[in-house]
Design a protein around this ligand. Structure first.
Ligand SMILES: Cc1ncc(COP(=O)(O)O)c(C=O)c1O
Length: 392
């Protein structure tokens, strides 16, 4: 399989390169993508009468079997009673974020984001011409006191936000999880200032050692929350498949919008295959094995950081997901470190790209442990540490 993966890499997946070790890509481990159970699900769908339905335009809300499965699973996991009119299938989280920005903001509106946040979400919001406002984070997630002061300033300037986009669980890029008491306080702020919460929870299922806090959707009561999930991190990003949980009026609006009406429901063929895969319990088993795999990768990276990094460098300790976040000592510029590391064969993400104000990330790097195999993770951290030692 490793050889096959190597060969496939010649066709360079998005952002990949064969010549350097990538700690940049937020991709799943390529060796986990084509399991025998997934191949079987594809074959079952191809040889069933549903294959023809799956190859047509699909129902606007999405594949019914998959919706039923996800409604049952998410209701049980999050202790909520989801109704059918509160969920739709989407073509990945990206599709949902874009749709929300398109239908729920106007150019010039304010959108709150975590500082730092997911770089491609910043890109989508910028595409829609909104004003981004970053809320600082600490080890427990968004700093609620700072969020409250920011909101009061924005109110004073008549610039209250339409929405707060957050990655509360195993955050991209830091790996931090927002603690539950702060989630409750943020719900209260949303109630008071009238903004919607968009929780991008694509890493929620990848918890390594403990229960995840309650979701915003579960805590919100009558405060509007949209929760996004995806099969990209726990099955395969090439499926382009995820789900959106939202108040029924919002789902009706997304289902009735022009692109959904014109294109039909998201990814009908992928959805049919994944519905079959989930029906036999294969996704649950796969997620369980991914948790163990990525926990070991996280440990490999933490051990290597501990062993090789100069004492002036600090990093987060993620309990799940794909990433950890390095803070460099003040004089070191992340963009310079990134260039020198690349020349030594290691690719990392420089912090600036993850902030609404790029200068705020001058001393940070994002490291991914999901994609490279353990020996390469260790080697890459050793090389990166060598670069930092030379610079200091
Ligand atoms: C927070 C977050 N949201 C969304 C995505 C993309 O998800 P999808 O492939 O479902 O569009 C990523 C991938 O890196 C992510 O980290």
């Amino acid at each position: 399989l490793a050889n096959e993966v190597e060969k496939t890499m010649q066709n360079a997946p998005q952002g990949a390169t064969t010549h350097a070790i990538s700690l940049l890509l937020g991709h799943p481990d390529p060796t986990t993508l084509l399991t025998p159970e997934f191949t079987e699900a594809m074959q079952n769908v191809a040889s069933s009468p549903q294959a023809l339905t799956a190859l047509q335009y699909g129902s606007e809300q999405g594949n019914r079997a998959l919706l039923d499965y996800l409604i049952g699973k998410i209701s049980a996991e999050q202790s909520i009673a989801l109704r059918h009119d509160q969920m739709m299938i989407v073509a990945g989280s990206t599709h949902a974020v874009d749709m929300i920005a398109r239908l729920y903001t106007q150019p010039g509106d304010t959108v709150l984001v975590e500082s730092p946040t997911y770089a491609d979400a910043l890109h989508i919001f910028r595409d829609h011409g909104v004003e981004l406002c970053g809320v600082p984070m600490d080890k427990q997630g968004v700093c609620v006191d700072e969020m409250a002061s920011l909101l009061s300033r924005l109110q004073h300037d008549s610039r209250l936000p339409k929405l707060f986009y957050t990655i509360p669980t195993f955050h991209n890029p830091t790996g931090i999880t927002l603690i539950e008491s702060r989630r409750q306080q943020i719900v209260e702020l949303a109630r008071r200032y009238g903004f919607m919460i968009v929780e991008d929870d694509v890493y929620r299922h990848l918890a390594f050692e403990q229960e995840v806090p309650s979701s915003f959707f579960a805590l919100a009561g009558n405060v509007p929350v949209m929760q996004i999930g995806s099969f990209s991190k726990t099955l395969a990003p090439g499926l382009r498949l995820g789900w959106l949980v939202a108040p029924s009026e919002a789902i009706a609006r997304f289902v009735g919008c022009g692109t959904t009406q014109m294109g039909g429901g998201a990814s009908p063929l992928s959805a049919q295959i994944v519905a079959e895969y989930c029906r036999v319990g294969a996704w649950d088993r796969h997620v369980e094995s991914l948790r163990r795999l990525y926990q070991m990768r996280r440990d490999t990276m933490l051990d290597a950081l501990q062993r090789y990094m100069p004492p002036s460098v600090k990093w987060t300790q993620p309990n799940g997901g794909f990433f950890l976040w390095l803070t460099l000592p003040e004089p070191m510029q992340a963009s310079v470190v990134k260039q020198i590391a690349l020349a030594h064969g290691v690719i990392v993400g420089a912090g600036g790209g993850y902030f609404s104000n790029a200068a705020d990330g001058s001393h940070n790097l994002r490291l991914t442990y999901s994609f490279a195999p353990p020996d390469q993770i260790e080697k890459a951290v050793e090389i990166l540490a060598g670069v930092l030692n030379d610079l200091s």
